[in-house]
Ligand binder design. Structure first.
Ligand SMILES: C[S@@+](CC[C@H](N)C(=O)[O-])C[C@H]1O[C@@H](n2cnc3c(N)ncnc32)[C@H](O)[C@@H]1O
Length: 307
C-alpha cells in the first residue's frame, strides 16, 4: 500500500517551513453593519488542510470512498432532471459533477470554493467527461448569499471548518426555492477509531481537533448538524448516520493524507513540532500498510429538509 500513497501524494519538501495562512484569524468582533459583519465573517477562520494539487488528489480519494453514500443521500433527497443545484465548498467538484449528471442538460450545478487551483482541476475534469452544465465559482462561502435561487443546495465536510456554521445553514436555506431541498453531510471526528492502538493515529485525532479549534472550526460538528438545522430555522430534517471502515485499499490512507496535509497548520499553530508530525506520519504509515490493522472513518451525519 505504500505504492498507493506515492501514487496519490506527490513528493514534497519535509515539514519544516510552515506555509503562511492565506486568511488570518481575527477573533470574534461585535459589529453592527451588515457589510462589516460580512467581511468579518470572511476573515474569522482559515482552512487547515493544504489545498492546491495535493488537496485535489486527497479529495479525489475522499470522493471515491464517499460516492455511494452521497449518491444514496442525493437520491433520497430527490435530486433529479431539470434541477438547479449549488455545491458549497465543492473542493475538487466531484459531487458538483455528480449533481450535473443527475440533473441532466435541462438542469445545472454550480460548485463554489475558495481554492482556485482545485476549481481549475474540476473544470478540466468536467471538460474531459463532456459535462457542460457544471460551473465553478471561486468564492469564500461566508460571502455566498442568494435568495430562492436553487432546487437543491448541498455541502459536504465544510461546516466543521467554519466559525459560524449556523449562519451558513441559514444562507443555504434562504437560497432554496419553495419545494427545493437543503442537503448537508458533515463528520464527527471523535468517531474515528483504529485497532490495535497506534500512536500516530492518536496523534492525528488529537492534533487535528486542536488545530481545527484554533482556526475557528469544530471537529465534532457532524453530531451538531441536527441542532444546527433547528437553530437555523430549517424544519424537520431527516437525519442518517454512516460510518466507513477500512481494512486495506486507498481510502485506508485518508487519516495519513489528512495528517500530512494538516501538518503545516499543526506546526504553524504550535500544536506540535515538525519532528513530532514526522514521527506520527511514519508510525501511521507503517500501521496503514499493515493488512492486519483496522481503521474506521469518522461518523458522518447526513441531514436534509424540503422547503
Ligand atoms: C474537506 S473539503 C470537502 C470538499 C468537498 N465538499 C468534498 O466533499 O469532496 C472542504 C473544502 O471546503 C473549502 N473551504 C473551506 N472553507 C471555505 C470557505 N470559507 N470558503 C470557500 N471554500 C472553503 C476548502 O477549500 C475545501 O475544498
Amino acid at each position: 500500500m505504500a505504492g498507493a500513497r506515492h501514487r496519490l501524494i506527490a513528493p514534497r519538501a519535509p515539514l519544516t517551513a510552515p506555509v503562511a495562512p492565506t486568511i488570518e484569524a481575527v477573533g470574534d468582533v461585535d459589529v453592527t453593519s451588515t457589510r462589516m459583519r460580512s467581511s468579518i465573517r470572511a476573515a474569522v477562520e482559515r482552512y487547515v488542510i493544504r489545498g492546491g494539487r495535493e488537496g485535489y488528489d486527497r479529495l479525489l480519494l475522499l470522493a471515491r470512498d464517499r460516492r455511494p453514500d452521497t449518491a444514496a443521500l442525493l437520491q433520497r433527497a430527490g435530486a433529479g432532471p431539470g434541477m438547479r443545484c449549488a455545491d458549497l465548498g465543492c473542493g475538487g467538484g466531484e459531487v458538483t459533477l455528480e449533481l450535473a449528471a443527475l440533473v441532466g442538460a435541462s438542469g445545472s450545478a454550480t460548485g463554489v470554493d475558495m481554492d482556485g487551483l482545485k476549481l481549475d482541476l474540476a473544470r478540466a475534469a468536467a471538460a474531459r467527461r463532456g459535462i457542460a452544465n457544471a460551473e465553478f465559482v471561486e468564492l469564500n462561502v461566508n460571502e455566498w448569499n442568494e435568495t430562492a435561487a436553487y432546487d437543491l443546495v448541498f455541502s459536504r465536510f465544510v461546516l466543521q471548518h467554519l466559525r459560524h456554521p449556523v449562519d451558513m445553514l441559514q444562507r443555504m436555506w434562504a437560497a432554496v426555492r419553495p419545494g427545493g431541498v437543503i442537503v448537508v453531510e458533515d463528520a464527527d471526528f471523535d468517531g474515528w477509531c483504529c485497532h490495535p492502538f497506534n500512536d500516530g493515529f492518536e496523534f492525528f485525532l488529537r492534533t487535528y481537533g486542536q488545530v481545527l479549534a484554533r482556526s475557528g472550526g469544530d471537529h465534532t460538528f457532524g453530531r451538531k448538524l441536527y441542532a444546527g438545522f433547528i437553530e437555523a430555522g430549517i424544519p424537520a430534517p431527516d437525519v442518517r448516520l454512516v460510518q466507513p471502515v477500512y481494512l486495506e485499499g486507498d481510502a485506508k490512507w485518508l487519516p495519513w493524507t489528512t495528517l500530512d496535509a494538516s501538518g503545516d497548520a499543526i506546526i504553524a499553530e504550535g500544536v506540535a513540532s515538525a519532528e513530532e508530525v514526522q514521527t506520527a506520519l511514519a508510525s501511521l504509515s507503517a500501521f496503514t500498510e499493515d493488512a492486519s490493522t483496522l481503521i474506521s472513518g469518522p461518523r458522518i451525519f447526513q441531514a436534509w429538509a424540503r422547503r
